[in-house]
Design a protein around this ligand. Structure first.
Ligand code: CAA
Length: 405
């Protein structure tokens, strides 16, 4: 059978973050509740001139750098931070990164699993049309009410992946286990900017969806827990993945020690711990972390992935890392982007959180903050305006970024 999978994978997170030890001070809780209890240290925060479109366009720009763009005829954008009830965010990105006009561009929503649904559609499409390539985007801003338990699990980020019949990073296996159940663990009615969540219940439902997806996947494929070198989970917060991995190991009668199980996960958690939940993108941020940071050569190794979207839908699928994958990664840029970030103080965190574009059709030009190559320059007559700029986030060295600040 023909190989189909990821030809490229790039991750983007905004230049700004808020440290959870600062949040802990202002919420009167022990910082270790966040740092150790939920396993999060920093949350990525979008400035007023960034949104899911600019984040996804930044990730896409880099994911497309070494790809023949003329072969892309489909752009699929998974997000639950939609900027419009009608026009898809995919069209804005299609335009910003200069893709061919003969292209279908659309958005998919099912909480945090939209991008996985997109990836699976892309996989099937490329299997039928091996000369075509699909750009799959995932971008979200995780927002909860201030002073709610969810507040510490906010974050922001985007991932862009090119799916093609020339995978250079990960070959995707065709099988997957899927599970759907109608539950109210986490949702966001159209009239709210912040999610509503039943936190403890959401953890239970996540674990159940994992067990059910895995059961179907392993019955279908005959693959066992021990066949996988590493596992990547949806990452609302990193402790969730640790809980999930122990749950799966127990279900699958694994004989690995707790230390060995932790080792299978640790590289997938690093980016997420310091950027926060990125909903649709978060599992793929974990995948980027694994491939960027794992010291062992993973060529030829099997990776298990569990994607979870509240409401709920679980998907367990898998892939095999391509030989020579390291030379196709975006590791150095990811590292620079993370190193160059700026910490927000509490007042600036609130300013960023509370910023809103006008909703009455009036015009506003957004103030310039540090962004990547694309920014939201404003709004006028209910139309969002985007522009390409020089990236301050991805300057070659932290010193260069500071000099231009
Ligand atoms: N030192 C070390 N650990 C501490 C501590 C301290 N001082 N204080 C508390 N802890 C530990 C607790 O023991 C607990 O650990 P366990 O889970 O292992 O028992 C952990 O820190 C968290 O403490 P609480 O359970 O008291 O925390 P909480 O109720 O205030 O909030 C939360 C936790 C429910 C996850 C909340 O952050 C939340 O609602 N988050 C959003 C929902 C979410 O992310 N759900 C995940 C599944 S749904 C999903 O995956 C989709 C998605 O993206 C949202």
């Amino acid at each position: 059978m023909m190989d189909v999978g990821l030809e490229s994978l790039s991750f983007y997170t905004p230049h700004y973050y808020f440290d959870l030890k600062e949040l802990a001070k202002h919420r009167g809780v022990d910082k270790d509740k966040y740092y150790r209890g939920i396993g999060q240290e920093k949350m990525g925060m979008t400035p007023p001139d960034e949104d899911v479109v600019t984040m996804a366009a930044n990730a896409a720009h880099h994911a497309l750098e070494r790809v023949d763009k003329s072969k892309i005829d489909t752009v699929i954008f998974g997000t639950e931070t939609g900027i419009d009830q009608s026009k898809s965010a995919a069209i804005y990105v299609h335009s910003l990164v200069g893709l061919p006009s003969h292209c279908r561009s659309f958005e998919i929503k099912q909480a945090c699993s939209g991008a996985t649904a997109g990836l699976q559609l892309a996989q099937a499409y490329v299997a039928m049309n091996p000369d075509r390539k699909v750009l799959v985007l995932a971008a979200d801003v995780a927002r909860y009410d201030l002073e709610s338990p969810g507040e510490a699990t906010q974050g922001a980020g985007a991932v862009a992946m090119v799916v093609s019949a020339e995978p250079r990073i990960l070959k995707l296996h065709p099988e997957s286990g899927a599970y759907t159940e109608d539950v109210m663990d986490f949702w966001r009615p159209n009239y709210r900017d912040e999610a509503v969540v039943d936190g403890k219940y959401s953890i239970k439902v996540y674990l159940n969806a994992l067990a059910e997806s895995w059961k179907q996947y392993s019955a279908q494929t005959g693959r066992r827990f021990r066949d996988f070198e590493r596992f990547v989970y949806h990452l609302p917060f990193t402790r969730m993945a640790e809980k999930a991995h122990l749950h799966l190991a127990k279900l699958a009668d694994s004989t690995l020690s707790v230390e060995e199980l932790k080792h299978q996960l640790q590289d997938t958690l690093y980016y997420s711990r310091i950027t926060g939940n990125a909903y649709t993108a978060s599992m793929y941020v974990g995948l980027a972390g694994l491939l960027d940071l794992c010291r062992d050569d993973l060529s030829g190794r099997e990776i298990g992935l569990f994607s979870y979207g509240s409401g709920c839908m679980g998907t367990f699928f898998s892939g095999q890392v391509c030989a020579g994958y390291r030379s196709h990664l975006d590791t150095a840029r990811h590292e620079r982007m993370i190193k160059n970030r700026t910490a927000l103080d509490y007042e600036s965190y609130l300013d960023f959180f509370n910023f809103q574009l006008p909703r009455d059709g009036s015009a506003l030009e957004t103030a310039h903050h540090k962004t990547g190559l694309y920014r939201l320059s404003g709004i006028d007559g209910h139309k969002r305006l985007y522009e390409k700029v020089e990236s301050l986030v991805e300057a070659e060295t932290p010193a260069a970024a500071q000099a231009s600040a």
